[in-house]
Design a protein around this ligand. Structure first.
Ligand code: AMO
Length: 427
């Protein structure tokens, strides 16, 4: 056994001999006594090295260790007022497991924050920082919160293909790939498959998986590979889908708060207790135009328009009853020019889109044609509408967008271990 406990567990002890392991965070030498601050995922500990106890040679060798080297040590834990952390480990023996080269391409112990490029370039080191790790602990808790809620609501977790033959969300954002002698694409969304499963009688499904978009724009809220959390439910309408989404978000935030990951980020967020406000597209449009901005009916909200809206409703809210013409072919038409589509927003940021779906075969084919799509390319999807398709609704939620809101980080790249953007393919 390399270690008997983690550093956090060691901090609870007094008088016991422990073996702990971690990275050299910092070293201070004060004559015949020295302190090595050691770090693991759970915290820090002060190792106290006394020359007369460990010997002159060892003292010299250990105090020359480079920052970020990996060591395992044995020593006695002592509570002490003198140490900043409230305890120290009186060193008995030390094993060097891996020496870190100098200089470090990115400081781990230092406060100075490097630019995003340097951070991603040296992501393995960047991820050693407590506040960077905290984003991923929060992300993990968010996923658990959503999974827990959906499982409790009898959703089946599924996995649909990521190598596909057709576009779902518009043809221009597709990554083409070669699939032996055929042309294929990386999937933009599990949309068509989750709907097919409604025709299969699965009743309620969800998927947490990568989605790929060949977006040309390099922004702080777009990725070319992101995690899409998708849900679809049968014998349900847009209101039912919105309720499931709202409850999923609330449980996600609750889990993130309970995980304590947010403490390292000094992020102060509460689980929303009120129902999310619902605003129709038309009302949102009127509100924006009443603030001196000019937007036409049928246009999508621009960044500026959303800023105005986000100022008025500075919380989670739904925009409902969208014009049919700006939503994808699969949404349910309503009162001729409207649709049963909705977006979930947080202030000026879009988090999720969803809709009650069009489950009528003829109407679906007609709308596809109106939108310039060839129904023959969607034969595998349309077949599921010919032999008994229940009414259904669902949504897709961008995981990283939610992590941004919950953790308060400003750039979506910070919510992904190894982000893929317009220019980045490694690490
Ligand atoms: P949509 O295209 O709006 O809808 O995507 C759903 C949600 O996914 C997130 N998202 C992204 N996140 C990061 N980078 C991107 N490039 C990116 N693109 C999208 C957003 C967005 O709200 N099939 C529908 C969903 C449905 O109707 O069920 C769809 O994919 O948070």
């Amino acid at each position: 056994m390399l270690r008997t406990c983690t550093l956090k567990e060691a901090s609870q002890l007094d008088g016991e001999t422990v073996k702990v392991c971690g990275w050299v965070h910092d070293i201070r030498v004060l004559g015949k006594i020295a302190f090595i601050i050691i770090r693991d995922r759970y915290g820090l500990a002060q190792l106290t090295l006394i020359r007369s106890i460990i010997g002159k040679e060892n003292f010299k060798k250990y105090t020359k260790l480079t920052r970020e080297s990996v060591i395992c040590v044995q020593g006695k834990v002592q509570k002490t007022e003198q140490a900043k952390l409230g305890f120290e480990i009186l060193l008995e023996s030390l094993e060097i497991l891996s020496i870190a080269e100098t200089p470090l391409p990115l400081g781990v112990a230092d406060k100075v924050s490097a630019d995003m490029e340097t951070r991603i370039e040296n992501r393995f080191l960047d991820l050693r920082k407590k506040e960077v790790l905290a984003v991923f602990e929060a992300r993990s808790a968010i996923i658990q919160g959503i999974r827990e809620y959906l499982a409790q609501e009898h959703f089946i977790e599924v996995h649909t293909p990521k190598i596909v033959a057709t576009a779902t969300e518009g043809g221009t954002e597709l990554f083409p790939i070669k699939y032996f002698e055929k042309d294929a694409y990386l999937n933009q969304s599990p949309q068509l498959y989750k709907q097919i499963l409604m025709g299969s009688g699965f009743d309620r499904v969800f998927e947490i998986a990568p989605a790929f978009r060949a977006e040309e724009h390099n922004t702080t809220r777009h990725l070319n590979e992101f995690i899409s959390i998708d849900a679809e439910l049968s014998f349900a309408d847009d209101n039912d889908a919105m309720q499931i989404l709202e409850n999923s978000i609330k449980n996600a935030i609750k889990h993130a708060i309970e995980s304590e990951a947010l403490n390292a980020l000094e992020q102060d967020i509460e689980t929303p207790d009120k129902p999310f406000e619902r605003v129709t597209y038309d009302d949102a449009l009127d509100l924006i135009n009443s603030k001196g901005y000019s937007m036409e009916w049928g246009e999508d909200f621009s960044t500026e328009a959303l800023k105005i809206l986000g100022k008025e409703i500075d919380d989670f809210y739904f925009i409902t009853h969208w014009p049919l013409e700006i939503k994808p072919f699969y949404v349910l038409p309503f009162e001729e020019k409207y649709s049963k589509a909705f977006d979930l927003m947080y202030k000026d940021k879009e988090l999720s889109s969803g809709a009650q779906r069009n489950h009528n075969y003829e109407s679906l084919v007609n709308i596809m044609k109106q939108k310039g799509l060839n129904p023959e390319n969607f034969e595998f999807y349309l077949r599921a509408f010919k032999y008994g398709m229940p009414p259904h609704a669902g949504w897709g939620l961008g995981l990283e967008r939610l992590v941004m809101i919950v953790t308060g980080v400003k750039n979506i790249r910070e919510c992904v271990l190894f982000p893929r953007d317009r220019t980045r393919l490694v690490p």
